[in-house]
Design a protein around this ligand. Structure first.
Ligand SMILES: [Zn+2]
Length: 188
């Protein structure tokens, strides 16, 4: 019975994920985050896929070791990004460190309405993708990490996805950036 419940739960989170109108590459990364299979330094080191003596420090904070859970949820930089996004949306919460419960909690931050949940899922997908994109820029090209830039990237990605896939979404980026809740409410 326990196993059955787990499978059901798993299906539900993935069903929600695959319904999101985001590019397939972004969905695939979000899926890997949910199952904890992102090629972070810890993950590569476990598979002996990193050169000997390579630092395992996080590509964002450079303080702690870079595991999937750390990079996306408990890293000081990522945590600030999640909090800034909450501030932008005018909501308050304490997040879970586990990907799946984090996803569900985030989904219901604005309300329990399905339409709001779908947009919150898009934002979740945009956050993990923007974190990964910034981490890669830092690790492979030495690009500096700035919370404000990651947050801007999240806002832009979601705005672009909504403009592309939802013909009822007509808000300008200026309106979206300054009053996201009103833009979301206009979709009801
Ligand atoms: Zn970190």
């Amino acid at each position: 019975m326990l196993q059955g419940d787990l499978v059901l739960e798993e299906r539900l989170v993935f069903r929600r994920l695959w319904k999101a109108k985001a590019p397939s590459g972004s969905l695939a990364l979000a899926w890997r985050v949910l199952i904890g299979k992102v090629q972070t330094k810890i993950d590569l080191a476990r598979r002996n896929a990193l050169p000997v003596n390579t630092s395992l420090s996080c590509g964002l904070c450079a303080v702690e070791e870079e595991s999937c859970k750390h990079l996306f949820f408990t890293c000081g930089v990522s945590w600030k990004v999640w909090m800034e996004i909450c501030f932008w949306l005018g909501v308050h919460t304490a997040f879970s460190c586990e990907a799946e419960s984090h996803f569900y909690l985030h989904e219901n931050l604005i309300s329990c309405k399905m339409k709001d949940g779908k947009i919150m899922n898009l934002i979740w997908i945009a956050v993990v993708n923007s974190i990964w994109q910034t981490r890669n820029g830092s690790v492979f090209s030495g690009v500096g990490v700035e919370v404000v830039r990651i947050v801007e990237l999240v806002k832009y990605k979601v705005w672009l996805w909504l403009r592309t896939h939802d013909r009822n979404f007509i808000s300008s980026f200026y309106e979206w950036e300054n009053n996201p809740k009103e833009c979301i409410a206009m979709l009801h």
